[in-house]
Design a protein around this ligand. Structure first.
Ligand SMILES: [Zn+2]
Ligand SMILES: [Zn+2]
Length: 273
């Protein structure tokens, strides 16, 4: 069985293609379950609005779109689930309107993302006088740890995205082992998941999120995984899964997880042989 638990719709304003095209692409990739996780509406403008995420008054449309796609995709043999990519942020007050959305609707899956490149986070770093790369990276993983402990999210997505988009000049996980392990331990203790996000292979340093060294620690510590292509176009569905999943298997990850109705489900790690 194969799953892809992170993809977007045109409603975010920076994705292309009809949702059914994503489903067709999933069929071609042999994927059995796919989860849309479009960017959650955020009230504070610094999180980005048009072109980044749908408006709050588009949520019903989003859910209908995913539901309609599920109906269309069922005869093709693909189950389509409705999730959302929520934000992680150090100032809890900024998350209150988002929490309302998480409570108001029944989601299959909630991702927790700290988009370090977003104005919102850059403002936080500035206000807290966190200037050098070392401090930025440490604070990023501390906030991810807080996110894992918040109970809001099912899986912590693209967990080292701070290394891309020029937020820091260099990212060497070995220099941040203690703080990264603290984050991983929180994921284990809170019994949530961490996401393997293959979109990292298409940007910046062309490496999977998180870095393979972090994956070694995660495997050793018993972290549970979800996997997502973070597709913003149909062609990307399941991207690099054929090489990344065998790599994960070699690192000792024998299971993969996905969520339906916020309930975690286990599958064998696909090996693609
Ligand atoms: Zn996006
Ligand atoms: Zn994201």
């Amino acid at each position: 069985m194969r799953v892809d638990s992170h993809m977007h719709t045109v409603l975010c304003g920076h994705a292309i293609g009809a949702p059914i095209e994503y489903a067709t692409a999933a069929v071609e990739q042999g994927i059995d379950v796919m989860t849309f996780t479009c960017h959650i509406p955020m009230e504070w403008k610094a999180f980005g609005q048009a072109g980044i995420r749908m408006r709050r008054d588009q949520l019903d449309h989003y859910r209908q779109l995913v539901h309609d796609t599920a109906v269309q995709a069922k005869p093709l043999g693909v189950e389509v689930l409705c999730g959302i990519e929520a934000e992680v942020y150090p100032d809890e007050a900024r998350l209150e309107p988002m929490d309302e959305i998480l409570a108001e609707y029944e989601w299959d899956f909630v991702l927790g993302s700290l988009h370090a490149q977003c104005q919102s986070y850059l403002i936080w770093l500035k206000e807290n006088k966190i200037k050098d790369d070392y401090m930025r990276i440490d604070s990023y993983f501390r906030h991810l740890k807080d996110g894992a402990q918040s109970g809001r999210y099912d899986s912590m997505s693209h967990p080292d995205v701070i290394r891309t988009y020029g937020v820091v000049n260099e990212f060497n996980p070995a220099e941040h082992e203690a703080v990264i392990r603290d984050f991983l331990q929180a994921v284990v203790d809170e019994d949530v998941c961490m996401e393997i996000n293959t979109s990292g292979l298409t940007k910046g340093d062309f490496e999977v999120h998180p870095d393979p060294l972090i994956l070694d620690w995660a495997s050793e510590m018993g972290v549970k995984l979800t996997i997502g292509s973070d597709s913003h176009r149909p062609h990307s569905v399941g991207q690099f899964f054929d090489t990344i999943q065998p790599m994960l298997h070699d690192k000792g990850f024998k299971d993969l997880h996905y969520f339906r109705g916020r309930k975690r489900l286990r599958i064998d790690m696909p090996t693609w042989d």
